[in-house]
Design a protein around this ligand. Structure first.
Ligand code: ATP
Ligand code: MG
Length: 425
């Protein structure tokens, strides 16, 4: 990608109405643009990052046995009346039609997937089933002031599972909790598993995945010595109490953002939609259902909150919109640019190299590279070329180093194939 062609260049000054780092930096770096409160356009660099997050989520959902599908966002009112959600769910957008009918905008998809599965899963032989999508959700949130952490329109990976009995659900629940932790780990985040209430319709516990950040909207109490963690909303323990799980340390309290939530829905939806399957003994049973949600756009915001400094974003490699920022400076740098760019692209592919080919000052280019936050930077200037070199540095810090211009292909190949460096056994 040539930066001169990329839609959505950096903005010098902080947007006025944004207080959180994710909103300020994602807007300034040209990743998102606010249409109105809680509703953002994702520009090419921002969409690239969302895609990278989504790809990781997809891999883990597939590995857990999930099958991807796409569900509609415009729902008939009747489905939401059937579960009571039409009146009970305050964030549900109601959409009137000129025909006199009413619709709901999907805030979650139990009301769509339940009748879909009812029509196709008729016997316990058809179970278990794990179906997921990566799709936009709409919620009539009262406040949306934390950038992409709280949208009125946001991307979620929502998986729904259907089981012949509670034991099979419990097995899957445990597997999915591990899959979720793998997702957050791959995104560079440390998530704490928090026991919380089961949501609007359930007395059962749910598990929330919380990442510590002051920009979050949840308060959690957790043990610094073990994995005990609860949401303050439902907590029966206080900050400073001895940990009820390990007894080793006193509970701490912190702000956090909920990046995922998994629920045991029991047979509630199967009953609402009258879904039974033939059991092995011929009797009809209601399948047990689970629902599992990862906030993709929120995860992007939490990553931005977690990885930035005063100069800009610092993307973890796994989710960076591109790997290498090529900065050419001065006349000689500009002249060498096309050849270095071509060689980097040959090793990494066109999407992973962002070349700032603009005719602008070194100061502006380096400041923009800091703001955009790609993991690796290659600077080609009159000064480095005088020694036959380029300068390589990492956005996360540390001193830059010189590499011979002739060695740039090898360096780029090693970035994507680190095992190439291992000695052959
Ligand atoms: P919150 O308590 O933050 O309002 P929730 O508990 O209502 O969220 P869930 O229904 O559990 O949200 O949705 C699953 C996941 O989707 C959440 O864990 C979160 O990561 C994400 N999410 C929920 N609401 C939003 C939103 N308004 N904007 C961005 N992401 C969201
Ligand atoms: Mg939740």
């Amino acid at each position: 990608m040539r930066y001169s062609h990329v839609f959505g260049h950096t903005i010098r000054h902080d947007p006025k109405d944004e207080t959180t780092a994710n909103a300020r930096l994602l807007v300034r770096a040209g990743f998102v643009d606010k249409l109105h409160a809680g509703v953002y356009s994702y520009l090419p660099l921002g969409l690239r990052t969302l895609d990278r997050i989504t790809a990781i989520v997809r891999e883990e959902m597939d590995a857990a046995g999930g099958q991807e599908l796409h569900l509609p966002m415009l729902h008939p009112k009747a489905n939401w009346v059937a579960t009571g959600g039409w009146d009970a769910i305050d964030v549900l957008f109601h959409v009137p039609s000129r025909t006199g009918r009413e619709y709901a905008l999907g805030q979650s998809h139990e009301e769509v997937i339940s009748p879909l599965v009812r029509a196709r899963a008729r016997s316990v032989e058809d179970l278990p089933l794990a179906l997921y999508q990566v799709g936009w959700k709409f919620r009539d949130e009262l406040r949306a002031k934390s950038g992409v952490l709280r949208g009125r329109e946001f991307l979620m990976c929502d998986l729904y599972s259907f089981h012949a009995d509670q034991a099979d659900f419990d097995r899957f629940y445990a597997e999915m909790k591990s899959a979720y932790l793998r997702v957050y780990g791959r995104l560079g985040l440390t998530a704490k598993v928090t026991e919380a209430s089961g949501g609007a319709f359930s007395e059962k516990l749910s598990y929330e995945f919380m990442v510590l950040t002051d920009a979050g909207e949840d308060d959690i109490r957790y043990c610094p010595a073990c994995d005990f963690c609860v949401n303050v909303e439902v907590a029966t323990v206080s900050a400073g109490d001895r940990c009820p799980r390990c007894g080793e340390a006193e509970l701490a309290e912190a702000r956090a953002s909920e990046v995922g939530n998994v629920f045991d829905l029991g047979t509630r939806y199967a009953r609402a939609f009258d879904h039974t399957v033939r059991g092995s003994n011929g009797a009809a049973v209601h399948p047990v259902m689970g629902c599992f949600g990862i906030g993709i756009t929120r995860a992007m915001g939490v990553i931005a909150e977690t990885f930035h400094d005063d100069s800009g974003l610092i993307w973890p490699r796994a989710v960076a919109p591109a790997r290498v920022h090529l900065v050419t400076i001065g006349e000689a740098g500009a002249a060498a640019g096309p050849d270095v760019y071509r060689r980097l692209v040959a090793a990494l592919g066109p999407r992973d190299v962002l070349w700032d080919d603009r005719r602008t000052s070194a100061g502006v280019k380096l400041a923009d590279a800091d703001l955009i936050g790609l993991p690796e930077r290659v600077v080609v200037s009159d000064r480095t070329l005088a020694d036959g070199d380029v300068e390589i540095s990492e956005r996360q810090g540390g001193a830059g180093r010189r590499v011979a211009l002739a060695g740039i292909d090898r360096w780029a190949r090693d970035l994507v194939a680190p095992e190439a460096n291992l000695p052959v056994a």
